[in-house]
Ligand binder design. Sequence first.
Ligand SMILES: [Zn+2]
Ligand SMILES: [Zn+2]
Length: 612
Amino acid sequence: QCKGHCHGPHRPHMHSNHSAHGDKDLPGPYPLVEDPSTCDIVKATQYGMLERCRELVEAGYDVRQPDKENVTLLHWAAINNRQELVKYYISKGAIVDQLGGDLNSTPLHWAIRQGHLPMVILLLKCGADPSLIDGEGFSSIHLAVLFQHMPIVAYLISKGQNIDTTDLSGQTPLMLTAQKAMGPEPTRFLLKFNPSLSAVDNVQKNTALHWAIASGNISAVDLLLEAGASLDVKNVKGETPLDLAYQSQNHFMVYMMKEEERMRSRKNNRLLKIVEKYELFLMLASSLTFMWAIGYVMNLSSDSWLLKGGLLLCLLFGMALFVRHLVGLKNLRYLPTAFLLSSVFWMSMTWFFWFLADILYTQGLYFNLTLYTDVMGLLYYFYKTWSTDPGYIKTSEEERKENIVALAETGCLDFRTFCTSCLVRKPLRSVHCLACQACVARYDQHSLWTGQCIGVGNHCYYLLFLTFLTMTSVWLLYGTLLYWYNHCPTSYHQDGAWTYFTQVTYCSPWVSYISALACFHTVWASLWLAVQLYQIAFLGLTSHERMNLLIQRKSSKHPVSLRRTPYNLGCFQNLADFFQCRCFGMFKPNIIDWTKQYNVFHLAKEKNVHSV
Ligand SMILES: [Zn+2]
Ligand SMILES: [Zn+2]
């Protein structure tokens, strides 16, 4: 129904001006087609020649007078983002909401089609009405959505435009994005404002989900299903969304819909509801059992490795089946956490039942206590890392709208510094985490092992967690060596590496199994701890920033230094800042609230720094 969205009677003369600041930043001199002193007022307006326009208006030209294509000067000024001219014409009596052009649009509509946010702000300030509809039946917010100018959508909503405004055929902005927008971002963006999912248009009585399916917009279908769009609504022909999916013969879409239907019917099952409630505990318990079962099978007195191998395969198969059917997608990310905790549990059990007697006998009680202190420390700091807020940037809906208006009006609604998912202005060094669906202050990483983000709030705890994990695993490896020395009738020096290895595995498969786990945890935890400490002390960077700089270094022609950043204040100062420690007055840590820090300038001691 939209005929290519032409910009009025003919394509206006545009300069390639993508600056958000309008007239002031235009690159000059303009490639003028005519002599400025003789050109007509329309051309002078299009090119932003304020002096020439003023001259003509003062000589008697009526600013309200439309040209032969029924377009006013204000339209031309608006579509070309000539802010000074718009102010001037309005001061001379131009009508802000004048309809004009083929599509009977207001100057505001024209500015929105071109995505000129500063012009939209100016026109609204001058009293333009964003709810007026143009000749195609679209109001301002529909145009902004159709042309995918999301900053303008955000601004209009924050200025009070209803997210569920309907156009002439009853379509809401959400239906338009579901039908016409490319990629997931526009739909995801609109869903942030809680639009109605059940609204239907006037003609076909389609919901947004119907529209998304009919136009094959898979990312929109996915987002709408996730947001809980109904699967049962029928349109004017009595078709549900699933019927439309069948008609479209898009097999993937049919699969998505059926999966969703299955998931939703599962939600009503009482047993599964209980399972869901205690899913994390269940996961931990089953992970403990599986891990024990693996060790048990390996420890069987049978000599047949074929039998053991077969049993192990069965176990793995059972585990995969369990994960696939009982663990929800939401909790899948805690699988490594369950693995880590169960290995710590079985490591301490092994210490208690296998090594304790020996070590008590040879090394004394104190040595034993060290391991248990380590395990306690490990669990404590794991809990702290897991439960402490890493520094999520929080705002209420009202605050978000105020933010958008304030940012847009000061010309700062730049989507590199503004998170379109959270609708907040991103503080310096914060990153939006897709897994947590939130912006995290001084983001380091989304930790695989804790299933949580590591940010300014829990980074210290995370380092301590890594330290204790390394120490626990190292003690356990030491215990293993002692055990082998005392209980396995073989010697590394006499028998050589291979015989020694097979002998100790044969001697106690369980202990070998646990020591392999300990080895794995020692390696990753100690390496990762070393990398983290290096980054913090010598670079003053987070893992995320370092990765970004390394990528930048590869693609950039100029040398990119990891050390010359505004955050690197020297090794000792970096450490003092990170741990906020004074060390008896030796250091003076900078106190910076990274959830509210937007400006780099007063941090930077050097001018020549790379942006991170
Ligand atoms: Zn965010
Ligand atoms: Zn995260």
